[in-house]
Ligand binder design. Structure first.
Ligand code: ADP
Ligand code: MG
Length: 423
């Protein structure tokens, strides 16, 4: 039995914004599930729904074996750490931690003190108990916020809403590791929200990628990264980002499949699994995703799976170089494509994205005058220089093809895994 289950949950706010769109989600006992997506995609709304702070428009929420739809927040055993982790600045850590106990009318001061000591010990912040929040490091403040959320006992789930978002970039990666080990040691079912893909990949047991209130992919970090279900997921996960370009397919049956980018083309042997997956798309526009690490410098006279381009920039990053090649690709505007053909919703409803795209296809992909550059990740010196014409070979394992709606053409391996839920 899962600890938290959302069954076809939809939330439309009073102003007509469709914030959560038919979401199915299961969080297993003890699992760390990360909800990942850009600002406004519905992450906070989902947490608030689990906590009982938002009414559902339709669907149900289950906590363990209990139907929780309609239950008041205080009748759910849910702990939540909010985005700005607001501690009371005028109270000591001890009093901040004890606050929920006071509210719950745990009258006995020795009992409260004992609980505070216990949780402070568990979180490694005993020596800060007499300090005020202003004198704590970011990590210590975060621990106090978590301690305060957990002090009333082990919750059915701990919800964390972008707990690192308000901190300096420099602090974040260290804290990320701290939080990761902390939530694992607590062994509490956790739903963790972030817009930062590297945070998600490093923390999660499973990641659910959200866009416009829809779960576009869910799986292990490695699964969703390696096998992106949609063009959006491919573009959102990975740093540097996946190259995405429009192409047309054609084929010579029994011989080859051609992916035509306009100024250049890739010719796949007929016996490639990718060729088979592309057969139903003959003559259609597709979106091709190529990870920057899928490309390696090749000889200028190479045949086969190579792309040619002019080096427009070379950036040195210490452990690698990033090259940009001018290749004449037609770039993909992700905002103008959607993951599933639009389903008829109640009239007048729409997320910000749907509103903006209803004004017509603004995709620079179709009429773009400037080709997108191809990002290439180089682990060792390539000898390339800006202005040079070069060739790169493609590792087909990191090449993905999506239909014009952004849905993966090849069947992602994880789609067959039994742990997959959602749509
Ligand atoms: P995220 O946490 O992913 O940034 P939210 O869940 O906060 O996204 O918001 C999802 C969508 O719902 C956004 O378009 C946001 O503007 C809208 N929204 C959030 N809260 C409210 C509210 N109380 N009333 C109306 N619209 C809201
Ligand atoms: Mg939010």
């Amino acid at each position: 039995m899962s600890a938290v289950r959302l069954d076809r949950v939809t939330k439309v706010y009073n102003n007509g914004v469709l914030a959560v769109d038919d979401v199915r989600l299961e969080v297993e006992q003890g699992e760390v599930l990360v909800l990942l997506g850009p600002s406004g995609c519905g992450k906070t709304t989902i947490l608030r729904i689990i906590a009982g702070l938002e009414e559902l428009t339709s669907g149900n929420v289950w906590l363990g074996d209990q139907l929780a739809t309609g239950l008041r927040p205080r009748d759910r055993n849910i702990a939540m750490v909010f985005q700005n982790c607001a501690l009371y600045p005028h109270l000591t850590v001890r009093d901040n931690l004890a606050f929920p106990l006071k509210m719950a009318q745990v009258a006995d001061k020795p009992a409260r003190d004992e609980k505070v000591r216990e949780i402070a010990h568990g979180l490694g912040i005993e020596d800060t108990l007499d300090r005020k929040p202003g004198l704590l490091s970011g990590g210590q403040r975060q621990r106090v916020a978590i301690g305060r959320a957990l002090i009333r006992g082990k919750p059915t789930a701990l919800l964390m809403d972008e707990p690192l978002a308000s901190l300096d970039v420099g602090l974040r990666s260290g804290l990320r590791a701290e939080i990761a080990s902390l939530i694992r040691s607590l062994d509490i079912t956790t739903v963790y929200v972030t817009h930062d893909q590297s945070e998600a990949l490093s923390l999660a047991d499973r990641v659910a990628v959200l866009r416009n209130g829809v779960v576009e992919a869910i799986g292990t970090p490695d699964g969703v990264y390696r096998d992106p279900a949609t063009a959006f997921v491919a573009g959102f996960l990975g740093s540097p980002p996946t190259n995405l370009a429009w192409a047309a397919t054609s084929m010579v049956p029994g011989e080859q499949v051609i992916i035509d980018f306009g100024r250049q083309r890739l010719v796949l042997p007929w016996n490639e699994p990718m060729s088979e997956a592309l057969t139903p798309y003959e003559g259609q526009a597709v979106i091709v995703g190529i990870r920057p690490e899928a490309l390696t410098p090749a000889q200028a006279d190479s045949n086969g799976l190579v792309l040619r381009g002019k080096v427009t920039s070379l950036e040195y990053h210490g452990h690698e170089w990033l090259a940009r090649l001018e290749v004449g690709f037609r770039p993909v505007d992700l905002a103008s494509i959607r993951a599933r053909p639009q389903h008829p919703g109640p009239p007048g409803l729409g997320t910000a994205d749907r509103r903006s795209s209803s004004g017509g296809d603004t995709s620079s992909g179709h009429g773009g005058h400037r080709g997108a550059s191809l990002l290439v990740r180089l682990g060792s010196p390539s000898g390339w220089a800006a202005g040079q014409e070069v060739c790169v070979a493609i590792d087909l394992r990191h090449l993905y093809v999506f239909d014009a709606f952004g849905k993966r053409v090849e069947s992602p391996a994880w789609a067959h895994s039994p742990s997959r839920v959602g749509s």
